[in-house]
Design a protein around this ligand. Structure first.
Ligand code: FAD
Length: 498
């Protein structure tokens, strides 16, 4: 769709078209449309993504609709916070963020507000994850302060405290772009490339496709935010093994009928202790679950933990193996039986009020039902590292699932992910200010990381509106010196013998 206004040309800038593109951009619901309308918007203003102070004031001066003003007022008040020092703290810092998931984008936004040159690379070509995330209260407040409701009117309306990953990614991508962050999609990070002193070239990265212009960029900080697989090298991980746990997620099309609107959601916390429900379910269907959650969102989203014996009994798992990888290998799973299992569980738990459940489609155009093992979860041993080669230093930080894989029933993924994003930005701030040594920066980052796995909605500071990247605003019992600089020497990998 193209804007239709008669354009008014002011000093080569087409503000009328820019404002029309802005409206289309704000309402866009796919990655492709968001990026397309954004291109129209910045082209009309002869702007290119850039550091905050070079980009945002020009954008702001040309967007005049009430809607734009209301949104930009929110950005203004965030950017005015003293911790960003008017977007000058990180003026000479170049940041690469690997992964455009919720936590990568959240980190990128903070780094941009600090004044860094921020580039996000995302390997996917679209946002297709229907799964719905339960959000902790501070995350809802954080997203509201970033204008989430202006992009998505239904954002956490009333008692709703969840959002689809897809929708969340759309919101954060829009915020990132309006602040001037450079975002490249269909670009996959491969590895870091060491500096070349002869050519006076600093740290770079290799990507797929390999001839992309971003492979020529140099960076001072790299953020690993590519989810639990974590492609950023150099971080060892520890494994937490629990008893066998098999989760099933299923998304059904929300046709938005009156009947569907009447069906009540099931919050995991309410149902986890309801033994009668699970007994009745088993008697009626032979489905044996440990828990089940249902959220009514863009889709009807169900997530449940199923017991192995019932999956075997219902023919979902063909053959029993003690090795979980073999147990859940695609060739050992009957897809149709899995779909039927999910439909039966969904129907029973919603009292058969949604009789015609049709699967929504996933990234691959298949019915959106998945079964996976979450017996083991991983956490990085450390949150940060510094590598120095030929006098060039690179700060590496992990955030989100790359740092700490969440236990999904507690809904902690985004919350701890956002906390780690703010903490990472705090480390970028300290790194950029140049007043702390690399060891001081790492030691502080590691001290704060020690708190992350213990965080709950109850033990964080309750004044969510006051949260900034300064950890003292979020963690009531913060001790920044639990880990001391001499204890993190092993995290400073340098070729400088001095
Ligand atoms: P991701 O969302 O995994 O994003 C990583 C991004 O990096 C992706 O877009 C990927 O395409 C991209 N990428 C990967 N490799 C590369 C590469 N090499 N180069 C470039 N890009 C790359 N959390 C909650 O808060 N509440 C819940 O209720 C909840 N429920 C859950 C239920 C289930 C069943 C599961 C599995 C998880 C749940 N979570 C929940 C966890 C939540 O989904 C994650 O914590 C959250 O998505 C993590 O965000 P992230 O940005 O760290 O990583």
């Amino acid at each position: 769709q193209q804007p239709v206004a008669n354009s008014i040309q002011v000093a080569g800038v087409d503000a009328a078209h820019a404002n029309e593109y802005f409206e289309l951009f704000v309402n866009a619901t796919s990655m492709k449309h968001i990026l397309g309308y954004y291109r129209g918007l910045v082209d009309s203003l002869h702007l290119r993504p850039n550091v905050f102070n070079q980009f945002y004031p020009k954008l702001r001066a040309n967007l005049t609709s009430w809607r734009a003003k209301a949104l930009l007022k929110k950005f203004d008040s965030r950017a005015a916070h003293k911790c960003y020092l008017k977007g000058k703290v990180a003026a000479n810092t170049r940041v690469l963020v690997i992964g455009g998931g919720p936590c990568g984008m959240r980190t990128a936004i903070e780094a941009q507000l600090l004044g860094a040159k921020v580039v996000v690379v995302e390997k996917r070509d679209r946002f297709s994850r229907n799964n719905v995330l339960h959000l902790w209260p501070f995350v809802i407040e954080d997203l509201r302060m970033l204008g989430a409701k202006k992009f998505f009117g239904k954002f956490c309306a009333g008692a709703i405290d969840h959002i689809s990953i897809r929708q969340l990614q759309c919101i954060l991508l829009k915020v990132a772009l309006l602040l001037g962050i450079e975002v490249h999609t269909e670009l996959s990070f491969e590895n870091l490339v060491e500096p070349d002193p002869d050519k006076k070239i600093g740290w770079r990265a290799a990507f797929k496709p390999s001839n992309h212009p971003v492979s020529q960029y140099e960076f001072d900080v790299v953020i690993g935010a590519d989810g639990k697989r974590n492609t950023l090298q150099g971080f060892s991980r520890k494994e937490f093994r629990g008893k066998l746990a098999i989760a099933i997620t299923a998304n059904f099309i929300n046709k938005k009928t009156e009947a569907e609107a009447c069906v009540e959601e099931i919050s995991g916390v309410a149902f986890i202790f309801n033994q009668k429900f699970f007994k009745d379910l088993q008697e009626a269907t032979k489905i044996d679950l440990e828990n089940i959650v249902y959220y009514k969102d863009d889709t009807h989203y169900f997530v449940m933990t199923a017991k192995k014996h019932s999956l075997i009994q219902k023919g979902v798992i063909k053959q029993d193996f003690s090795d979980t990888e073999r147990l859940l290998a695609p060739e050992n799973v009957d897809k149709e039986a899995l779909q039927n299992y999910a439909i039966e569980a969904a129907n029973f738990s919603t009292n058969y009020q949604m009789p015609n459940l049709d699967f929504a489609v996933n990234h691959y155009g298949q019915p959106d039902v998945a079964m996976f093992d979450f017996t083991s979860m991983y956490a990085a041993e450390n949150a940060s590292k510094v590598v120095e080669r030929h006098g060039c230093r690179l700060l590496k930080i992990l955030v989100g699932d790359s740092l700490l894989e969440p236990f999904w029933p507690t809904g902690s993924g985004c919350a701890r992910g956002f906390l780690s994003a703010l903490d990472a930005a705090w480390a970028i701030r300290s790194w950029s200010m140049g007043t702390a040594s690399p060891l001081d920066t790492i030691a502080e980052r590691e001290s704060i990381y020690r708190l992350l796995a213990q965080t709950t909605p109850d033990n964080l500071n309750k004044d969510w509106k006051s949260y900034t990247l300064d950890p003292v605003t979020r963690y009531p019992n913060l001790n920044r010196a639990v880990v001391l600089p001499h204890q993190v020497v092993c995290l400073y990998d340098t070729d400088n013998p001095a």
